[in-house]
Design a protein around this ligand. Structure first.
Ligand code: GDP
Ligand code: MG
Length: 148
């Protein structure tokens, strides 16, 4: 089944939003397949955001991501990449709808609390980068109650 990489950024961890964010993905019916709290090194943050290295905000973005521990996760389910992005909300919290994570918990684009893969291909790359050790292999007993 489809998987996505979700990361709670340092502001989300510092602000005590870890439980709330996990809860939103869990209650939706997605399955948690990988989870760790970790400090990120500069070179690793640069690698994760390599596609944005030419942007003017890139140095600030890297400083932000290494400013404290993050929570890295893998979530699984039907259409989890696109639906995960909807749960997260628009990149700029000023434009994120209420009810989304960024819409409910963030003000500024440079402190937008959470990352989610933007395609199946980037999810695959990001999961490989963040979870080189692999992820958990388990199936939820709730499956028939969530999928028809
Ligand atoms: P995302 O996929 O919605 O997270 O957005 P992007 O992949 O385009 O950008 C990655 C992250 O860089 C965003 O989540 C923001 O934290 C940050 N970012 C993107 N655009 C800007 C910007 O114009 N200014 C600043 N300060 N940060 C930005
Ligand atoms: Mg992105």
């Amino acid at each position: 089944m489809e998987q996505t990489f979700i990361m709670i950024k340092p502001d989300g961890v510092q602000r005590g939003l870890v439980g709330e964010i996990i809860s939103r993905f869990e209650k939706k019916g997605f399955y948690l397949k990988g989870l760790k709290l970790m400090a990120v090194e500069r070179s690793f943050a640069e690698k994760h955001y390599a596609d944005l290295s030419s942007k003017p905000f890139f140095p600030g973005l890297v400083e932000y991501i290494i400013s404290g521990p993050v929570v890295a996760m893998v979530w699984e389910g039907k259409n989890v990449v696109v639906t995960g992005r909807k749960i997260i909300g628009a990149t700029n919290p000023a434009e994120s709808a209420p009810g989304t994570i960024r819409g409910d918990f963030a003000i500024e684009i440079g402190r937008n609390v959470i990352h989610g893969s933007d395609s199946i291909e980037s999810a695959r790359k990001e999961i490989a980068l963040w979870f080189p050790e692999g992820i958990a292999n388990w199936e939820s007993n709730l499956h028939p109650w969530i999928y028809e």
